[in-house]
Structures are given as C-alpha cells and as structure tokens.
Design a protein around this ligand. Structure first.
Ligand code: NAD
Ligand code: ZN
Length: 348
C-alpha cells in the first residue's frame, strides 16, 4: 500500500495553503529521500501563500508541496547513489541545475540558465519527506544547531551577497533589515567590517538587527542616514553596499552615500522596474554585482562561520509545530518577524 505523509500544499491557483496527506515520494535513480526535522519559512513561501503576481506567474502546477529551507536526515538512497549514508544529517541546495550549460560546465552553477527550484517548480520540503538529486544534498556536521541549519538556504543568500567583496576594515551599508539583511549584518561583523549600518522603516526589524550586533540601525522614514554616518565616523561614504530590500528608494539612497570606487551587491528583488541615476554610478566609479541564489562554496563558508562563533539565533523570532503553520505565515505576514522555524518531529 502507498505510504502517506503530511505536507503543506498549495491546493490550487489562489491564496492559502492546506495541510494534506500526500504520497511519500520514492527516490528514483540518483535521488535521495530526506526525512525532514525542521523547516523555515522564506519570503518566497509567503508570496506563494498570499498568491501575489509573482506566485501566479511561477507556480504552474498545483496541487504541489511548497518549501525549500530545511534540515533533515537521509532516509533512503535511490539506485546508483554512493558516498552518502542513511541517517546522515543533511540540508539541500534548492536550485536544481542542468549540468550541461556553459555556466554549469565552468562551475558557476548559480548562473545555470535551466535552473529549477525545489518548492516552486517541483514538490518542496514542507512535508515529512522531500526527494532531491543526490548532487544537491549538503552534508551537515552534527555540531551545528538544527534550527539555524533549517534556514541555511537564506544564510547562503546572505553569505553570497556579503562575501562578494573584501570586508575587513570596511564600512558597510545594508538596505533592508529583512531576515536576509539581518543575517548579512552578522556575517559582515564576523568577517571584520569596521562599521555595519542597516536601514529599514520597520522598527521591529531594526531592533532585531541591533541584536545581531549592527553598529547602527536606521529608520530612514524618520532619521537622517547622513547624520548617522557622521556619528559613526564615516568620512567619504560607504565602501560596500548590500541591497537587500528590492526597493528603488533604498537603492537610490545607497548610491548617494557610497564612496567613489565603492562596491555594491544586489540581492533584493523589486516588484517593478526602478528609475536610477546612472550618472552617480558612472561618476563614482561604482562596481555593481547582481546576486542570484548562492554558490555551492557558500554552504561550506556558512557552516564554518557558525562553527567559528557566528551566532544567527537572534534572527529566529518564532518557532511552531508544522501543524500550526498558519500561525507561522501570519507572523511572516505581520512584518513583526525574523525567521519562523517549523518543527516536523512528532508533536510533544
Ligand atoms: P524581506 O521582504 O523580508 O525584507 C525586505 C526589507 O526591506 C523589509 O523589512 C522592508 O521593510 C525593507 N524595505 C522596504 N523598503 C525599504 C527602503 N526604502 N529602505 C530600507 N528598507 C526597505 O526580504 P528578505 O527575505 O530578507 O529578502 C531580502 C530581499 O532579497 C527580498 O527582496 C527578496 O525577494 C530577495 N531575495 C533574492 C534572492 C536572490 O537570489 N537574488 C534570494 C532570496 C531573496
Ligand atoms: Zn546549467
């Protein structure tokens, strides 16, 4: 008889999610079945929950299980899988790449032109089990805290964006104190930045960023960033900018406070095209780098940073059992949240 499991499913095109019984997937050749311990809710999952224009464009075939931030253990190996063992603690790279395009061939799989995503294009990890290709499995050392590994996917975005540039002794501006901006702030401090300044208009999130150790958390709706720069001893502007809001206003403000020759990495995804003063970019000789996903090496870097003392627990604000997932999404939608972690072990 077919084995069934609980899964958080987008039942049809439209708002909402449903906890349903669905078949446990069977790992095909080269695939691995993972038993989920913990998951975390990403902004993408909230788009899917709310069924905004992004979700309507990207979720093609409901019903499907969503979710892509998780930690679990290997439950079963498909035919031909070697080098992995049942019971190993793992997470998974959520982008499944083609392996034959130019970027895949040259090790830049984050730029694969045929990439598909777990929990968006195929069944995801908000379930008791998820099935992924063996090459996407990331072995996790057992000393790492599982509730942090649960959102390593997002930590990877932050790692990729932050470690794009030299940070030692540099002054960094992060626009957007969402979970990824706050995590990036912790990484910049850990990696040796002199000052880390973060902006947002959401005081709850700015307070979380302070807990992560930023030098200044600025509400740009009511405070002057230039004043804060003076207080922090900045002379010529920020050396490094990490755009993590997706808001045109934030990016334009960043351009105005960068020093000549500054470096910017862009992670935030806007919901519409933005207007930019190109002359500022040219006149200041700025370097801009778009960031998509994470590099496989980021998985190692973040594991080692956490083992080296980077504490990411301040960004966790809510913990629920998966059966209470509605409360988790409500917390995310309230704006008064950092990371929301769902437990998939048996309810105590
Ligand atoms: P989030 O939406 O939770 O956080 C964005 C924050 O930006 C919010 O707190 C919001 O209040 C703030 N903000 C809005 N306008 C602002 C302004 N003018 N100045 C300063 N702050 C402003 O998002 P997140 O989950 O932390 O992710 C960060 C961004 O990265 C999002 O845009 C997300 O879509 C994007 N993202 C991109 C990738 C990628 O591969 N490129 C991957 C994951 C997430
Ligand atoms: Zn490819």
């Amino acid at each position: 008889m077919e084995k069934l499991m609980d899964a958080i499913v987008k039942p049809e095109k439209g708002p909402g999610l449903e906890l349903r019984k669905v078949p446990v997937p069977t790992p095909g050749p080269g695939e691995v079945l993972i038993k989920i311990h913990k998951t975390a809710i990403c902004g993408t999952d909230v788009h899917i929950y709310n069924w905004d224009p992004w979700a309507a464009e990207h979720i093609k075939n409901p019903p499907m299980t969503i979710g892509h931030e998780y930690v679990g253990e290997i439950a079963e190996l498909g035919a031909g899988v070697s080098g992995l063992e049942i019971g190993q603690l793992v997470s998974g790279e959520g982008h499944i790449t083609c392996g034959h395009c130019r970027n895949c061939h040259t090790g830049n799989i984050q730029w694969c032109k045929n990439t598909t995503s777990v929990g968006v294009d195929r069944d995801g990890a908000f379930a008791e089990y998820v099935c992924i290709p063996a090459s996407n499995v990331i072995i996790i050392e057992e000393s790492l805290p599982e509730e942090v590994v649960a959102f390593f996917d997002a930590v990877g975005n932050a790692t990729h964006t932050a470690l794009m540039w030299d940070l030692v002794g540099e002054d960094v501006l992060i626009t957007g104190a969402g979970p990824i901006g706050i995590i990036a702030a912790g990484i910049c401090k850990y990696a040796g930045a002199r000052r880390v300044v973060i902006t947002d208009m959401n005081d709850y999130r700015l307070e979380l960023a302070r807990k992560m150790g930023v030098d200044a958390a600025v509400n740009t709706g009511s405070e002057s960033l230039e004043e804060v720069m003076k207080e922090q001893g900045l002379v010529e502007g920020f050396d490094v900018g990490l755009e993590m809001s997706g808001a045109g206003a934030a990016f334009n403000q960043m351009l105005s406070v960068m020093r000549n020759g500054g470096k910017i990495s862009l992670l935030g995804i806007g919901n519409k095209p933005i207007e930019v003063d190109m002359n500022l970019i040219i006149g200041k000789g700025l370097t801009l780098q778009g960031i998509y996903g994470r590099k496989m090496d980021n998985w190692h870097q973040m594991s080692y940073m956490v083992q080296g003392g980077l504490d990411l627990t301040p960004v966790i604000t809510h913990r629920f059992h998966y059966t209470d997932f509605e409360e988790g999404f409500a917390a995310m939608n309230s704006g008064k949240s950092g990371k929301v972690v769902l437990d998939w072990t048996e309810k105590k």
